[in-house]
Design a protein. Structure first.
Length: 162
């Protein structure tokens, strides 16, 4: 399966570890703004955090994911949720407006398009986490290890995995 190809699987595992790390840091530092970006060799963590705090949280996240706490891999602030909402809302809004229609007809259909867009947003709410669980993250980390955590510059850390 394409999701199990090496570079993709490594990115999905790092994405799960990124989410789990952020969950743990959010619990420790409530209200602290954080974001992340994963790739096959690790992830970046953005936020005004100390390197030692990230080490502790990432290590706990790694341990807990390996112990079966797969729910830590799902995060409400994930870009998957945003992309799902945007794509579904835009697609459903486009449906009544597609085709060769006059400007007047399009204006009359605009309220229907807005309703369809809202329906798309509502449908995306449960769909985003499902896509995270089955496509964009992999909570089973396998032999993934945290190698190093490097402060790149103020507010940005690079977590390196292998």
């Amino acid at each position: 399966m394409i999701l199990d190809l090496p570079l993709i699987l490594e990115t999905r595992r790092n994405h799960a570890l990124e989410h789990a790390t952020i969950h743990i840091l959010n619990r420790q530092f409530p209200g602290q703004r954080m974001a992340g970006h994963s790739n096959p060799t690790g992830y970046y963590l953005l936020g005004d955090l100390q390197t030692q705090d990230i080490w502790i949280a990432a290590t706990e996240a790694h341990t807990r994911l390996n112990s079966g706490e797969s729910g830590l891999a799902i995060h409400p602030g994930c870009g998957t949720n945003l992309a799902t909402s945007t794509l579904l809302a835009a697609t459903l809004a486009w449906l009544p407006l597609r085709g060769n229609k006059s400007t007047l007809t399009r204006l009359l259909l605009l309220p229907l398009a807005v309703i369809f867009a809202l329906l798309g947003v509502l449908l995306a709410r449960p769909l985003g986490p499902i896509l995270q669980q089955h496509i964009t993250t992999e909570a089973k980390l396998g032999r993934l290890q945290i190698v190093d955590i490097i402060p790149v510059r103020k507010g940005i850390h690079r977590i390196i995995t292998k």
